[in-house]
Design a protein around this ligand. Structure first.
Ligand SMILES: *Cc1c(COP(=O)(O)O)cnc(C)c1O
Length: 408
């Protein structure tokens, strides 16, 4: 996003705020589709950023939805049922039944044999048949189930008359550098799919795979050539024996580059020989995977505002600043020793590539500071305020809940 759009956002909507570029998000989905071709359907894992839900529903094949709350967001965004894969390690009967009784989801994942039984019960009780299910294979953690359990479910498929065991799902984690691990995983899945086809008198028609592609965040990190990465990934897919439909569930890779976070310098000082600037945001809003102790430099832009009082460049050359947030903890350091020569109160700092896992993963309730505003941008519609800044003090003493319930 251009600097002038960010400056306009800060002027009109105040800081701190997030801006998500919906055009950029849509074109990343398109580009991925173009490179990977028709056999591959792009699914957006909305936990990466729920503010991109409506855009994803328009541009992507579908959405990976992991909680009742995420489902409600989809309903309000009028995401068509067939575009929803209802996922999640904890599926409870009441919400699943209510989804099935409502419009249903296009597909459900099953992460355990218990979940398969639960889906069967819910489908039977709500009168749904042919409910599409993806069985999730574990990668050695609390998610999914062992191959033995999946084989048992296939043998026992007569016990699930309302379900259609359509496919296999696998996701082992995020920020995978390169394609080596991805290739190994896909080959392992292919072997298992082969085994099922040859020995079980049964065939999974679909494979839903989360590649967990890496987004480089920090200064000095190698930048990925995404075109090359996706081209090579396509070749891996083509080399599989499995020829069914492939669904790619991806969050970070699509969303991360499409967001910026704006924060203004609220104060400057020098303590024991170190320059500190205090910004109106902080680590409660900024979350970069792999960042620790502010030692790494995330992608940032420094946008000084017009200020006639700014000292001449000759007086500030070589100046470095440690950027701290507004929380009352010495841990609230965004970056150390940034070369922000001539920095003054009122200047704007922008942190980029923040479109995934920041807007919901921050420690937002700490210190009862306000939630940042959330804006979206498209070239056609310009900036839109999606969520205004919102106080958290009314959550931190229960006032808001009592108010909503009419007790106050
Ligand atoms: C979070 C998640 C994803 C998305 O992962 P990214 O690394 O952000 O692409 C995909 N699938 C499942 C099941 C997930 O839980």
């Amino acid at each position: 996003m251009d600097n002038h759009i960010l400056q306009e956002a800060a002027r009109s909507y105040n800081t701190p705020c997030y801006i998500f570029d919906l055009d950029a998000f849509t074109s990343r989905i398109r580009r991925m589709e173009q490179i990977l071709g028709k056999q591959v359907n792009i699914y957006y894992a909305m936990k990466a950023n729920p503010f991109l839900t409506a855009a994803a529903a328009r541009a992507a094949g579908g959405l990976e939805v992991c909680s009742p709350g995420e489902y409600d967001i989809c309903r309000r965004a009028r995401v068509p049922a067939q575009k929803i894969v209802l996922s999640g390690v904890n599926k409870e009967e009441a919400p699943i039944r209510s989804v099935m009784a409502d419009q249903g989801a296009g597909t459900y994942t099953a992460e355990s044999l218990n979940q398969l039984s639960l889906l069967e019960t819910c489908a039977a009780k709500t009168g749904r048949t042919g409910v599409r299910v993806l069985v999730r294979l574990t990668s050695g953690n609390q998610f999914g189930m062992d191959q033995e359990d999946i084989l048992a479910a296939i043998c026992d498929r007569g016990s699930y008359p309302h379900l259609d065991l359509a496919g296999l799902q696998y996701y082992s984690g995020t920020q995978k550098k390169g394609l080596e691990k991805i290739k190994k995983e896909l080959e392992k899945l292919d072997t298992f799919l082969d085994f099922v086809r040859k020995h079980m008198d049964f065939e999974f028609r679909e494979l839903e795979y989360g590649p967990g592609f890496q987004i480089p965040y920090f200064e000095g990190q190698e930048q990925t050539d995404e075109e090359i990465l996706l081209g090579e990934f396509k070749q891996i897919l083509a080399s599989l024996n499995f020829k069914g439909a492939i669904f790619l569930e991806t969050g970070r890779f699509l969303a991360a580059p499409c967001g910026s976070y704006l924060t203004r310098v609220a104060d400057t000082k020098r303590c024991q020989g170190q320059n500190y600037c205090i910004v109106d945001g902080g680590i409660n809003h900024v979350n970069y995977y792999g960042q620790a102790m502010a030692m790494k430099v995330p992608p940032y832009r420094y946008l000084p505002r017009d200020n006639p009082a700014r000292p001449p460049a000759s007086e500030t050359s070589g100046q470095r600043w440690t950027v701290c947030g507004s929380l009352c903890t010495s841990g609230d350091i965004l970056v150390k020793n940034l070369p922000l020569e001539g920095l003054m109160t009122g200047d704007l700092l922008v942190f980029d590539r923040i479109g995934a896992y920041s807007v919901t993963e921050g420690i937002y309730l700490f210190l009862s500071r306000r939630l940042p505003a959330v804006l979206t941008y498209t070239q056609k519609q310009g900036l839109s305020l999606v969520r205004d800044a919102f106080p958290t003090d009314i959550l931190n003493d229960g006032f808001a809940i009592k108010h909503i319930k009419g007790e106050q």
